[in-house]
Design a protein around this ligand. Sequence first.
Ligand SMILES: [Zn+2]
Length: 287
Amino acid sequence: MVHAATVRADARAALAAAAEHARGTLVTTEGGVADEMVRQALATTLADADATLAATDPAAATDPAATTGTTGARSATALRVQTAALAAADSAVAAAHEAWLQAEAAAAAAAPRATTKQAAKPAAGAAAPSCGTTYSGPPFYTSPATAGGDGSNGKLPPEALTAISWDVDPHGTPYYLTNAAAAALERLNTAFRAQFGHSLDLDLTYRDYDTQVAMRAALGSVAAKPGTSSHGTGLALDLPELPCEYGWDTPQRDWLVSNGPAYGWASPSWAGRNGSNPEYWHFEYRG
Ligand SMILES: [Zn+2]
């Protein structure tokens, strides 16, 4: 009976951990995956797991009655049944999570890659830089300040923004960030230039609300909901995906991940290679 209780407790703890991880994954991937159905499937499995957890109160496992007489015998049977249910739910959460990861990996593998430009670079086997992307939608560009903006997400007025000094986007639009984020990026760029001999390349910084609306319409849930994108806060930047200078395992990205935080600029954990929504190109200003 002690053994059964231990197994049950372990199974319950494993399920709780798996469910908690899945819950975190759901939160961090909100509006950030190509196929919302996969998230919904995980959410359904998670709800089932939560129901199992709620139905198996931990107090039952330590109920003294479970260790005595015929009541104990019945409880031991109940414990085995519950343990089996927990193990099944645990497998379901784990399988759902694994399926989701595989779906994301498949999407990444199916997306266009910079094969030509990568091939032109000296690759070094497993350590070859990787700059694959799941993005296959139309191009969107960085935004000018929002005249008369109220300061909310995607509606930042000119006085809230500063253009970085060394580059503009292909349309001639300055790369805007909040005043503090821009000042910090200028300092970071000075250090980057000293290391690599040229300024940091940018693809997109501030994105206004109307552009986010257009992105959402064009891309669906792969684009953040208008009003929620970190690019609408003027505190995020995207590096260019091509050429592959800033992809996974490149000296440039590794340097930025290591040195950026000293200037307030970091790669969010969700955007890391093992994060819930890998985006090697995305950095955020944390102050
Ligand atoms: Zn981004």
